[in-house]
Write a protein that binds this ligand. Structure first.
Ligand code: ATP
Ligand code: MG
Length: 419
C-alpha cells in the first residue's frame, strides 16, 4: 500500500522554506513595530467553542470542521480559525483584567474544503487580535499594520482594500428583515445555496459570486443605510483616518465576511492576480464575542492573513526575497580522511562569522565533483582542505582564489567575505 499525504495537506519542501522564513521574518518585524505580542495557542479545541463563536449557520461550522471524539468521549476539533481560541485564552487567563491586549499568532488551520489553487485543507494563518479597545483608531491601526506588511513584502500595489460596516446586532436585525423581504420577492433569481441561506444566514447571500444574481443583489437593501448615529460615526472615522494617512480603499456595501461574530468595521485585502481565491486578508471588529462566552463585555478587533495565498502571490509576481547572510560557504576536502578536520574548520568559521551559512561536503566524492556541487548551490565561497594541509579560499563572486595556512585562514576569509 502506498502511503500518501492527506488531500489538501501539503509538504513545504526545503526549496520552499526560504520564502516562508523570509515572510515570517517580515511578520515579526511588522508586529514588533506595532507593539503586538505573540501568543501560541493549541491546535485542538472543543467543538462547542466554534459552534458558538463562529456560528452554526456558517460554512465553517456546518461543513468544514475536522471533528472527532477522543478516548474520554470529548468532542474535539482541529481549529478552523484562530480568533475563537484566542478569545477563549483571553478569558481563561484573565488577560484583559484591567488591561488592553494586542496579540498575534501564526499557525495551521484546518477546514474540510474542496482543495484547489489557494485553497487547502491545512493552511496557515497569521492572526492579529486586539482586546479592550472600542474606538475606530484601533480598527485603522490594524488596517495600517496589514498595509505595512504588504508594503514590506513589495505587493501593496497588487492589492485592493475593501471596507464596510456590519453595524450592531440590532441594526443587523432591522436590515435582515428588509433583506429577507427583498430577497423573497426575487426568489426566482436565487440559486440553491442562496435559498438555503435565505432562512439561516441571508446576509451571506450578499457576497455570492454567482453572476446571474449580481444585478439583483446590487439593488438589495444596504446595511450601511441601517446604521445608527454611533455606528455611522465609527465607520466615518475609520475612513477619515485612512484618508489622512493616504491609504486607498473601496467601500463595498456587500462585504459581509463568512463568520457570524463580526460587528461594525469589516475589511478585506484582495488581489486580482490569483483568480477566484483572491482574498489574502480578512478582518474586522467583533465586539460581542467575548461577552458571548464570559458575560463581560470587551470590545475586540482583528484580522487574519492566509499565508499560502500570500506566497502564491509573491511567486506569481516573481518577487525576489532573500535573507541576507554574511556568506554561504561550502567546505570541501581533497582527502576524505580530512573530513573530521574540515568539520572543526567549519565550526571555527561559524563561531567567527555567526551570520554565515557553512556546509561540509562529506560525500567522499572526488574534489572536482565536490566543487561542481558547490558551484550549483547557493554558495559564494568554496573552502578546500588541500592534501598538503593548506586551505584554499575561492571567492565565487570575484573568482579569486588564494591559499592560506591553517593559522591565518580566518583573517583571509574575513577579507574575502568583505569583498
Ligand atoms: P474564502 O472566502 O476564500 O473561503 P474565508 O472568508 O473562509 O475565505 P477567513 O475565514 O476570513 O476566510 O480566513 C482568512 C483568510 O485565510 C482568507 O482570506 C484566506 O486568505 C485564508 N484562507 C481561508 N480558507 C483557506 C483555505 N481553505 N486555504 C487557504 N487559505 C485559506
Ligand atoms: Mg471559506
Amino acid at each position: 500500500m502506498k502511503i500518501q499525504s492527506i488531500r489538501g495537506m501539503k509538504d513545504v519542501l526545503p526549496d520552499e522554506t526560504p520564502i516562508w522564513q523570509w515572510l515570517e521574518s517580515r511578520i515579526r518585524q511588522v508586529t514588533q513595530g506595532y507593539g503586538y505580542q505573540e501568543i501560541r495557542l493549541p491546535l485542538l479545541e472543543p467543538v462547542a467553542l466554534f459552534e458558538r463563536a463562529v456560528g452554526e449557520a456558517t460554512d465553517i461550522v456546518s461543513k468544514e470542521m475536522y471533528n472527532f471524539i477522543d478516548k474520554s468521549g470529548d468532542h474535539i476539533t482541529l481549529r478552523p480559525e484562530g480568533t475563537s481560541g484566542c478569545v477563549r485564552a483571553v478569558i481563561e487567563n484573565k488577560l484583559c483584567y484591567n488591561a488592553t491586549q494586542r496579540m498575534w499568532y501564526q499557525g495551521p488551520m484546518f477546514r474540510y474544503e474542496r482543495p484547489q489553487k489557494g485553497r487547502l485543507r491545512q493552511f496557515t494563518q497569521l492572526g492579529v487580535e486586539t482586546f479592550g479597545m472600542a474606538g475606530a483608531e484601533v480598527d485603522a491601526e490594524l488596517i495600517l499594520m496589514s498595509h505595512d506588511l504588504f508594503r514590506s513584502l513589495g505587493i501593496i500595489s497588487h492589492l485592493r482594500l475593501e471596507i464596510n460596516s456590519l453595524g450592531t446586532s440590532s441594526e443587523r436585525s432591522a436590515h435582515r428583515a428588509a433583506l429577507i423581504e427583498y430577497l423573497t420577492a426575487h426568489k426566482d433569481l436565487l440559486d440553491e445555496d442562496s435559498l438555503i441561506r435565505l432562512e439561516k444566514n441571508p446576509l451571506r447571500i450578499l457576497d455570492s459570486k454567482n453572476p446571474q444574481m449580481q444585478a439583483m443583489l446590487t439593488d438589495a437593501p444596504k446595511l450601511l443605510e441601517y446604521l445608527d448615529e454611533e455606528s455611522k460615526q465609527h465607520f466615518e472615522q475609520v475612513c477619515r483616518i485612512l484618508d489622512n494617512v493616504g491609504i486607498k480603499y473601496v467601500i463595498n456595501p456587500r462585504l459581509v465576511r463568512g463568520l457570524d461574530y463580526y460587528s461594525r468595521t469589516v475589511f478585506e485585502w484582495i488581489t486580482d492576480a490569483l483568480g477566484s481565491q483572491g482574498t489574502v486578508c480578512g478582518g474586522g471588529r467583533y465586539d460581542g464575542l467575548v461577552e458571548l462566552f464570559s458575560g463581560d463585555s470587551l470590545p475586540a478587533s482583528g484580522f487574519a492573513i492566509g499565508l499560502e495565498r500570500l506566497i502564491l502571490l509573491l511567486e506569481t509576481l516573481n518577487i525576489k526575497h532573500r535573507i541576507v547572510l554574511d556568506g554561504v560557504i561550502a567546505i570541501t576536502c581533497e582527502n576524505s580522511n580530512d573530513n573530521a578536520q574540515a568539520l572543526i574548520i567549519a565550526n571555527q568559521i561559524r563561531h567567527a562569522f555567526p551570520q554565515a551559512s557553512v556546509q561540509n561536503d562529506f560525500s567522499g566524492s572526488k574534489l572536482k565533483r565536490q566543487h561542481n556541487r558547490a558551484l550549483k548551490s547557493d554558495a559564494n565561497i568554496i573552502i578546500t582542505l588541500n592534501g598538503d594541509g593548506t586551505i584554499g579560499i575561492w571567492n565565487l563572486k570575484t573568482d579569486q582564489r588564494m591559499t592560506a595556512d591553517a593559522g591565518r585562514f580566518l583573517e583571509q576569509l574575513k577579507v574575502t567575505l568583505a569583498q
